[in-house]
Ligand binder design. Sequence first.
Ligand code: SAM
Length: 269
Amino acid sequence: MKEGDLVLVYRDQRSQYLIRLKSGNRLMTHHGDIDHDEILNHQFGDMITTHLGKEFYVLKPSHYDLMMKVKRKTTIIYPKDSGWLLLKTGIGPGSRVIEVGSGSGALTVLLANLVGDRGKVYSYERRRDILAAAQANIERYGLSNRVVFHLGDVARNGFQESGVDCVFIDVPEPWLVVEPAHQVLKGGHFLASLSPHIEQIKKTVEVMEQYGFKRIEVVEIILREIMVRKVGTRPKERAIVHTGYLLTGQKVKSQPLTRDRDDRNPAHR
Ligand SMILES: C[S@@+](CC[C@H](N)C(=O)[O-])C[C@H]1O[C@@H](n2cnc3c(N)ncnc32)[C@H](O)[C@@H]1O
């Protein structure tokens, strides 16, 4: 364990803290305090005790933890949705990707982790206060060197980059961002968008078709959490039933103005 490492200090579902280790700092919990220096003397998987003698475990946080524990200023994209989009779009080490808008930075954190030190995330946000919150989350996780933030309205001003590997869109009017996305995407690469309402998806698909995107697909991921207990195993009564619809499509270089009936997109069938 070294300074700067991210650690999940875990006792149970209710008492878990994601911290970045810094010598001299102290974690304060309802079960007592733990010095970061104490954690620095341990390894992942070790048990440690607070000054009140309560047990905690030093766990390695996953991408899921980093996303869910960003300080929230907006709704965030959920891991079930971003997981699918990232598999579909094939983002990985060295990728250069654009996202709009930055929001709370939950997707930014995931993208920055995946593109690595050789890649880059260009994150656009039109609200200054929200942009600052996303930046703070990225700094907290030590990922600032992988992310370039831009303040601006993409629907009006477009993007500053070109030849990117993917454009992720999570804004209320995604259809207004299709043209700028088409301009900056590499041929054959993905636009990916998340929207809570089907009307947003319909409008966006229509514009994507005008710009000739292929393999346009829309899915919804439904996740059920299962409780495993001695008395019986079953889904939880309460769940997040709906987050959003996920839209993907790939840019091709020609731009047919009318849709070929024999090459209908799966989204229409
Ligand atoms: C739902 S939040 C994005 C959440 C983000 N994906 C996350 O996981 O934390 C949508 C954000 O898009 C921003 N936004 C909306 N339209 C925009 C535009 N045309 N250009 C730039 N930012 C925009 C909003 O200000 C808002 O902060």
